[in-house]
Write a protein that binds this ligand. Structure first.
Ligand code: GLP
Length: 255
């Protein structure tokens, strides 16, 4: 679906998320859902918080109690107090404003002594709860999703990964632009777990993403473009704004 700007897009996707969250209230054992970080998600979380805070208190309380989300990824090598971690991001954007208990808003432990074991425990926990219902995703400038960097096959599991220079440059904005402070490793859910989600919502906004969105839509599915595996998913929704779509429409106009 296509929107004029990220704010209109946020309201529309929050209509869907709200609908899914209402449905969970009435399910006996609702599955967890998957959340992402990054600038793309900020207007979405802002709109979601306003929407949910307007719910009747009783429903909001029920939502808090039943909340169960797994974040896609987390840096390694940051301390508990580092504000740049994805855990701090989630706390700022959702945890604190919605008063969610930290054990309901799950994310890999960035301080684990044994990151490989942490990745393993994280995925075992997710699987024990039945896997993901819906998954929100942003798109990396090199086509990564989560921190599944190219080249990446469709069957990789949750694991520890090296971050590419392009991804560290993309994310340096959160580290006051200092590339040397951006971690070199992370834990990420793998394509295998993402592709098993019941619904996948890929969100792409801003002109800087227009080239990669074009590639995502038009290039062959391959390891060189990790997001392209999503095109095999039966329930994939792509949400874009006009700026991100500009290259796609430009090429169409010229052809
Ligand atoms: C980051 C994260 C992803 C995020 C994506 C897009 O590196 N690992 O989870 O969705 O890249 O980030 P942004 O929205 O800031 O462009």
């Amino acid at each position: 679906r296509l929107f004029k700007n990220p704010f209109d897009l946020a309201e529309a996707i929050v209509d869907v998320l709200e609908d899914r969250l209402i449905a969970r209230l009435n399910q006996l054992e609702p599955k967890p859902f998957g959340l992402a970080t990054g600038r793309t998600m900020e207007p979405i979380y802002q709109a979601l918080v306003s929407r949910l805070r307007a719910w009747p208190m009783q429903d909001l309380q029920k939502l808090r109690e039943g909340w169960s989300s797994f974040n896609l990824d987390e840096y390694l090598g940051l301390s508990k107090i580092d504000k740049e971690s994805f855990s701090s991001y989630m706390d700022r954007h959702l945890g604190t404003p919605l008063e969610l208990a930290p054990d309901k808003l799950l994310i890999p432990d960035r301080c684990s002594d044994d990151p490989a074991k942490e990745a393993d425990l994280y995925i075992k926990h997710l699987k024990s709860l039945g896997g993901l219902s819906f998954q929100l995703l942003g798109l990396g400038m090199n086509g990564h999703i989560g921190f599944n960097e190219p080249p990446c096959s469709s069957d990789v599991p949750c694991r520890v990964v090296d971050l590419s220079l392009s991804t560290r440059q993309q994310n340096a904005f959160s580290f006051r632009g200092e590339l040397s402070r951006v971690p070199t490793h992370a834990i990420t859910l793998g394509l295998s777990e993402i592709l098993l989600a019941e619904e996948v919502h890929l969100v792409v906004t801003g002109e800087a993403k227009s080239q990669i969105l074009y590639s995502f839509l038009h290039e062959p599915i391959s390891e060189l473009l990790p997001a392209s595996w999503l095109r095999h998913h039966k329930n994939l929704f792509v949400w874009a704004d006009y700026s991100a779509f500009s290259k796609v429409s430009l090429v169409k106009d010229m052809s």
